[in-house]
Ligand binder design. Structure first.
Ligand code: ZN
Length: 153
């Protein structure tokens, strides 16, 4: 048994974590961007500043900024794609939560070391030129979790 102060040092070291800087975005699955964008613009008063297709994920995305956090609407371009399947199973709604991290590779390896199941073993390209990777919701208490690193800043 270690003395108390040594235990806390041990835990600090062991759980040295990636420390996300903020919520980068919240991903929301919608059936139609065209139908859902007016809610965000006309009811919430946010401005859609970008619409982008991410072929890799078979989605079209629309972005709004709230403080330093984005809302990312996701419309499927393929019923067999991840968002198409999600909507089929669960309907529209919050799909994932994305944390901004300083070093994505490091964040992924630290997370894997702690026994969390990764969907992406390596960073891949996301919308807006971000490098992204997903953690499996089975390991994260039901929340599909994304890490994002912005290499352009
Ligand atoms: Zn995302």
């Amino acid at each position: 048994m270690l003395p108390r102060n040594q235990i806390s040092i041990y835990f600090c070291r062991k759980f040295k974590a990636m420390k996300p800087t903020h919520i980068e975005h919240i991903g929301i699955a919608v059936r139609s961007l065209e139908e859902s964008i007016p809610y965000y613009e006309n009811v919430l008063g946010l401005k859609c500043y970008a619409v982008e297709e991410v072929k890799d994920q078979r989605v079209k995305t629309a972005f709004f900024m709230v403080g330093q956090t984005k809302i990312e609407l996701l419309e499927s371009t393929d019923p067999e794609g991840p968002i198409g399947k999600f909507i089929e199973k669960k309907g529209e709604g919050i799909h994932h939560l994305a944390f901004a991290v300083e070093n994505l590779e490091e964040a992924l390896s630290e997370t894997a070391e702690k026994g969390i199941q990764l969907i992406d073993q390596k960073p891949r390209a996301g919308a807006e030129g971000l490098h992204i990777a997903f953690l499996h919701p089975k390991s994260t208490f039901g929340v599909l979790t994304e890490f994002c690193e912005n290499k352009n800043k």
